[in-house]
Design a protein around this ligand. Structure first.
Ligand code: FES
Length: 128
């Protein structure tokens, strides 16, 4: 094996370790999505990463992320109402637990996908 090929493998392994990607190079990567000061308590911000629409929530200074689009019909949950750890959809008032994405009852029956959030200093990262 040549020295250049070994160096390439070492760089690839370092990239995998930093992104959480699997050995194929696919997998999760942390994306900087907002500053903590951009999202007030009990508010949310919509971000788009690739083709994913994601809502970032501030619950008492802790940040969480889920799919932004309601599982019932097409509505942005970042425009919803946040109360008691849940987001209420602005279209038909379906509610989801923000931490788990769990649907809380009719009209929503399908849970939201949630994403891992990491805060470093005042920067919010989402793993997608
Ligand atoms: S679109 Fe969200 S509850 Fe209907």
């Amino acid at each position: 094996m040549t020295r250049g090929r070994v160096r390439g493998i070492v760089l690839f392994m370092a990239a995998v370790r930093n992104t959480g990607a699997d050995h194929t190079g696919r997998g999760m990567a942390a994306h900087l999505v907002a500053k903590t000061s951009e999202i007030a308590e009990n508010e949310a911000k919509k971000v788009i990463i690739g083709d994913q629409h994601i809502a970032i929530y501030n619950l008492g200074g802790e940040f969480f992320a889920s799919d932004d689009i309601c599982t019932h019909a097409y509505a942005s949950l970042a425009e919803g109402y946040i109360e008691d750890g849940c987001v209420e959809c602005p279209l038909h008032a379906g509610r989801f637990d923000i931490k788990t994405g769990k649907a809380q009852g009719v009209p929503v029956t399908e849970d939201l996908k949630t994403f891992k959030v990491k805060v470093e200093g005042d920067s919010i990262y989402v793993e997608v």
